[in-house]
Design a protein around this ligand. Structure first.
Ligand code: AMP
Ligand code: ZN
Length: 471
């Protein structure tokens, strides 16, 4: 399997450190708000990577943190903690906010068929791990105490910038808001490992430490959590591209200085989902969620399909038109799978199945070429073989693509049987509502739904389009 490694700027053959396990770490969400569909693009593609590794026969252990402390609103280590900001916005405690948005994140992941990592660890659970690492960094001269905070001294490194082949825009956007100079720093890239003095004295969560009562910086949490669950080496570390600098750069600096050896072999970065006006971000306040897509009648898996149609190392522009096209293509694909006959008595043609799987393997194993992998699904549908073999190939592909093609096809068949006896007047209203939605006339679409309800039917938006069901 080949994967592009951001640390070497090359597509490389993937070779894990240990024969029996691939150690994979993913930067988790900052749980101060709902995840937007941009964040979820990153998690979808990381999910595809994990599933592709499993498809290739690897055993994977994947760890994800939940950022519930330390992620500041500005990169300059002077901004307010994002969690505190969320708590203030909603008049709740930081822990209440963290619990609510963590649950919301995993509910979204489930709808998008994103597998839950083997280990999910909130940052607030591992304070002792960060203190142990920071203590050694202080003892070995990689860290210093100034103005009440502990900083990492980047001048002690032979090489600081690792990921320097990205577009300036990708490094800047979303991480540089409200930058203020911190006069305690010896070098401009130094970063906080432990805060005891912040402009924001009402920081809710604080712990005792050798440097005073305070809280950890954001970067140290990923090093600490990774080492706690995966030990002193890592095969693959993933994240969105805005994490490459400074977050991942700082993770490498502190981890390798602490360990005294190389830490992680492969770095996989997912490029951004952009709106027509730039990167989708939580801090801008204008973002789309999975629930919003559902309210508008989209199947979350149509969004997954939309993401898989493009390569993870290219920015992806979101527009309703693009999503409509993907939703229509997904719907057609499901209908084609539904048309195949699954004869329980038949046997798949093993030789043909092997050939079909190899085609898929060549696509997904080439730095996750998901659009070619989707083409492999169409090729299987067209292949000169029986339905049983086609279905077996599609089932195998779907363990990586995660499009629930078989389940959606079965649902479609069941709905088709049920909808045969729908009142023709209701069927006409369904068509009018579809036209209203296409014209983005949401008020009219809602009015028609109420009219249909008054006639004793409930409208269900399915991947195959709206259906009416007797109440
Ligand atoms: P956060 O919750 O802000 O810590 O971000 C969670 C993940 O989403 C990180 O891996 C980010 O790099 C990633 N991310 C943030 N914005 C976008 C975007 N517009 N497109 C793709 N990934 C993103
Ligand atoms: Zn991280």
């Amino acid at each position: 399997m080949k994967i592009y490694n951001s640390a070497t700027h090359m597509k490389e053959d993937f070779k894990p450190n240990h024969p029996d396990i691939v150690k994979m770490y993913t930067c988790g969400p900052t749980v101060y708000h709902f995840a937007h569909i941009g964040n979820l693009r990153s998690y979808i593609m990381e999910d595809v990577l994990e599933k592709a590794l499993r498809f290739e026969g690897y055993n994977v252990k994947r760890v994800m943190n939940i950022t519930d402390v330390g992620h500041l609103a500005s990169d300059a280590d002077t901004g307010e903690d994002k969690m505190l900001k969320g708590a203030r916005r909603e008049h709740k405690s930081v822990m209440e906010i963290a619990r609510f948005y963590t649950d919301a994140f995993f509910a979204d992941c489930e709808k998008l068929n994103i597998k839950r990592p083997d280990v999910v660890e909130p940052a607030t659970n591992c304070i002792e791990d960060y203190i142990r690492i920071i203590t050694k960094l202080m003892d070995t001269g990689y860290a210093y105490f100034a103005g009440g905070n502990v900083y990492f001294d980047t001048s002690k490194l032979k090489k600081y910038y690792i990921f320097n082949d990205f577009e300036a825009d990708d490094l800047d956007v979303g991480v540089r808001e409200g930058v203020e100079e911190d006069t305690n720093k010896r070098n401009k890239n130094d970063f906080v490992l432990w805060f005891t003095k912040s402009k924001f004295e009402d920081q809710a969560l604080k712990w005792d430490s050798p440097w005073g009562v305070g809280y950890p910086g954001w970067h140290i949490e990923c090093s600490g959590i990774s080492m706690k669950h995966l030990g002193e080496d890592l095969d693959i570390h993933c994240g969105g591209i805005d994490n490459a600098f400074p977050h991942h750069t700082n993770e490498i600096a502190q981890s390798e200085s602490y360990l005294g050896h190389k830490w992680c072999n492969y770095w996989m970065h997912v490029h951004h989902l952009n709106t027509t006006s730039g990167k989708m971000s939580k801090s801008s306040g204008e973002f789309l969620t999975v629930s919003l897509l559902e309210e508008k009648g989209y199947d979350p898996l149509a969004y997954r399909f939309f993401c898989l149609q493009s390569h993870y190392r290219r920015n992806l522009v979101f527009s309703w038109e693009n999503l409509d096209n993907a939703a229509a293509a997904y719907k057609k694909l499901v209908a084609r799978v539904a048309a195949l006959k699954d004869d329980p008595a038949a046997q798949a043609d093993e030789a043909m199945l092997q050939t079909l799987k190899e085609k898929f393997d060549a696509a997904i194993g080439n730095d996750l070429n998901t659009s070619l992998a989707i083409t492999a699904v169409y090729d299987a549908l067209k292949a000169d073989t029986d339905d049983k073999t086609k279905l077996a190939a599609i089932d195998a592909y779907d363990t990586v693509l995660g499009l629930s093609l078989r389940a959606a096809a079965e649902k479609l068949r069941a709905e088709e049987e049920k909808s045969d006896d729908t009142d023709p007047a209701v069927a006409a209203l369904l068509e009018q509502r579809a036209a209203a939605k296409k014209a983005k006339n949401w008020a009219e679409a809602d009015r028609i739904r109420d009219e249909v309800a008054a006639m004793g039917y409930r409208i269900i938006d399915t991947p195959q389009g709206p259906k009416a069901e007797k109440i």
